[in-house]
Ligand binder design. Sequence first.
Ligand code: NAD
Length: 317
Amino acid sequence: MSIKLNNGIEIPQIGFGCWKVEKSICAQQIYEAIKAGYRLFDGAMDYGNEKEIGDGIQLAIKDGLVKREELFIVSKLWNNYHDPKSVKLAINKVLSDLKLDYLDIFYIHFPIAFKFVPFEEKYPPGFYCGDGDKFIYEDVSLAQTWAALENLVEEGLVKSIGISNFSGALIQDLLRTCKIKPALLQIEHHPYLVQEKLIEYTKSQGINIVAYSSFGPQSFVELDHPAAQDSITLFKHETVTKIASNHSVSPAKVLLRWSTQRGLLIIPKSNQKERLLANLKINDFDLTQEELDAISSLDKGLRFNDPWNWNKIPTFI
Ligand code: NAD
């Protein structure tokens, strides 16, 4: 199943998430995922594994599993490169690491601009801004960063551009000045964070939505995130398990299908071959409207990946 973006490009509804895919197994994972049928790969500068993703892609192309033009390779501009001059450096770095001459989708990862950190000093810099663990902000607006991404499209280095972790108000503001509309918004989305209004507004603007962390706390438990540790895993939540048993499918499949039936794209991540295959084949049954509503009613506005909760935000914000 594919989804048509507002620029006419069609991309697969299900992709493979590359966050926390360890470098040591990453190239092989990408290769296996391509073999399993994945064509959309969701990476980011911040994930630190783009060289290895590139190795996996190159191997798959060399072995004749796939052609470059059949793949949809995604990256995200990290916070330290929002200045238009840095955007150019960033795309060159990403393309060189991935060993590609164009990207399919490039997102602004977070609507937060940090001070530039040279690649030689620290890459990926994470939350490092050049001075210990102090956050230092860059004086650059999202409109300026977006215009620099638009230039990348004009130069043929990127096919589609998108935004991630933006609120409705920020999207509205960006739409006032952009020449190219964002093709996609990528957001945290699971039954504990349903984001109904944001989805409604974004769709009304013709922007498609990609859900990340579709299994909710699962991805954050392994990071020792306190709220994730305290949450009931969605795989064992009785609403989800009951619906799963109604259809004789796994709770994971119910969670992914709930997202795709809401019209969203999904990018689950797994290192296990069985799950890799299973996550790709979740659209072969339908949840009833009642079941969809029951899952949505678990919403408690619980966001695990909240940039304003990062631990060193100055008090003036
Ligand atoms: P996810 O919801 O895909 O969960 C991954 C966890 O679920 C892993 O522990 C995995 O082992 C487990 N899992 C996967 N398939 C399963 C199955 N079928 N049954 C049981 N368990 C299963 O979490 P995620 O990695 O946070 O999100 C997916 C992708 O979204 C990331 O890899 C990344 O590409 C993207 N992402 C983007 C942002 C952003 O800021 N834009 C933030 C987080 C993640």
